[in-house]
Write a protein that binds this ligand. Structure first.
Ligand SMILES: *Cc1c(COP(=O)(O)O)cnc(C)c1O
Length: 449
């Protein structure tokens, strides 16, 4: 490569390409209050051929050379090309396992069902992919002399865990605003343990968001929510990574749960770059799955995206997607439309039972993944997804963050949910005879005599 390529990226208004900002500017929206996106100098990236990019990404994968061993920073030229490697804050996120869920697929009526376990990562959710980029940029900005006192986010649990961890690693003060009593214990303890200032507010996510926006505006605190499009740059690597894991073959469908809708937008953005740079030549179809209790995108989809109304998000077991006014709505609609997409929804009962069904095949799903799996079941049942098609379901968080929900399911204590597949713990006296009696009874009950 000669002369040395000068990769560049900047913030650009979604609706007015003439409005650009440097990535080290503290700016989250365009002049009209609309979202920004990060744009790359594609002409410069095109000087490297598709096969050279593939080889570069493969050579870096799962190695340790700083910072390219990260699934995100292995694609640094496509993510944040101008950042100094010394300012990257990474815990080698990405490279999560993508595996063939054979038994569960059979139960769903699919021969080629795959799960991408984005929860197998440092803080247990895909939010790490975006947060490594955002926090790295903050470190870079501070190194360039910008005054940023702290980073902050509103969160339904996973964003705050990721922000707290990456900020702690970089010695940047962090504060997180959570809806009181609405996130799991595991999610709450992560930012507490990582030393963030943790504020529990008597409101929901949308209420926390309103407050953190004011804190960002009035108090010089850097906003780490996904309206900050730096996060999207990291999250977009998930689609690239899936295709890379299939040796650059494109699956037929990718199913993803959606709340604030940054992640489905990010997925499309990664695919867009691969298409434009020639790494792939066809598109998968996308499915965004929402909880029926918090389904503004689903409702808009029913109107052909003609009408969008924020909803008051009702409580859902899928607490990370209990969002009524998704910030990335416009980006998500664009993604769904361009990828021949579908929006599905799942009720509380559907998501809980689906999690249990899948868990019985050896998976261990978070409730949001349950929403995606329940949506997949519906689309297989109604013939939209064909038996032989290759389907990837993005599992967004680790099930271990949501054990409260699983415990209550198996103890049959979830309100309004039948628990079709309960597996209660068998309490028994500590004697061989008592154990034997119980064991035989249980074998008989489960498998017949
Ligand atoms: C954040 C999150 C989502 C939703 O992602 P959006 O970008 O808000 O649509 C889904 N699942 C889990 C586990 C999450 O943490």
């Amino acid at each position: 490569m000669d002369p040395k390529p000068q990769y560049r990226a900047w913030f650009e208004s979604l609706t007015n390409p003439a409005e650009r900002h440097s990535l080290d500017e503290v700016v989250y929206t365009d002049a009209d209050g609309g979202l920004l996106q990060v744009r790359h100098d594609m002409d410069e990236l095109k000087k490297t051929s598709a096969s050279e990019w593939k080889k570069l990404f493969e050579d870096r994968s799962n190695r340790t050379a700083w910072p390219y061993g990260s699934g995100v920073w292995g694609k640094k030229e496509w993510v944040l090309p101008e950042i100094d490697n010394d300012n990257v804050v990474s815990m080698y996120e990405g490279h999560t396992n993508l595996f063939w869920a054979e038994r569960y697929g059979r139960e769903l009526g699919l021969d080629d069902l795959w799960l991408k376990l984005c929860g197998n990562t440092h803080t247990g959710s895909f939010k790490d992919l975006g947060m490594t980029v955002l926090v790295s940029m903050v470190k870079e900005m501070r190194a360039r002399g910008k005054e940023i006192r702290a980073v902050a986010c509103a969160s339904t649990g996973d964003t705050s865990a990721a922000l707290a961890a990456y900020a702690a690693a970089a010695e940047i003060p962090a504060m997180v605003f959570l809806p009181k009593g609405k996130i799991s214990t595991a999610q709450l303890i992560q930012p507490v343990a990582n030393g963030a200032m943790v504020f529990a507010l008597e409101t929901d996510f949308d209420g926390c968001m309103e407050i953190v926006k004011q804190v960002a505006e009035k108090d010089g605190i850097y906003l780490a929510n996904s309206m900050n499009s730096l996060r999207i740059e990291g999250q977009k690597t998930v689609g690239i990574e899936i295709v890379q894991q299939f040796d650059w073959e494109v699956p037929d469908w990718i199913v993803i749960p959606g709340g604030n809708l940054g992640n489905v937008s990010a997925l499309a953005k990664g695919l867009d770059m691969m298409l434009e740079l020639g790494l792939i030549s066809r598109k998968p179809r996308l499915v965004c799955a929402q909880a029926a209790e918090a389904n503004p995108l689903y409702r808009a989809y029913q109107t052909g995206f003609k009408v969008f109304e924020p909803v008051g998000a009702r409580p859902t077991l899928a607490s990370a997607i209990q969002i009524g006014n998704p910030v990335s709505y416009a980006k998500a609609v664009d993604a769904i439309e361009r990828y021949d997409g579908i929006v599905e929804q799942a009720t509380e009962s559907e998501l809980a039972e689906e999690c249990a069904r899948a868990d019985r095949t050896g998976l261990f799903n978070c409730p949001h993944t349950g929403v995606a799996l329940a949506a997949t079941r519906k689309l297989v049942s109604n013939g939209t997804i064909g038996k032989g098609e290759r389907v990837v379901v993005i599992s967004t968080a680790h099930g271990l963050k949501f054990t409260d929900f699983k415990v209550r399911y198996h103890e049959m204590r979830l309100d309004g949910i039948e628990s079709e597949f309960p597996n209660p713990v068998i309490e028994v006296a500590a004697s061989y005879d008592a154990v034997r009696d119980e064991m035989l009874r249980e074998i008989d009950r489960r498998f017949g005599s």
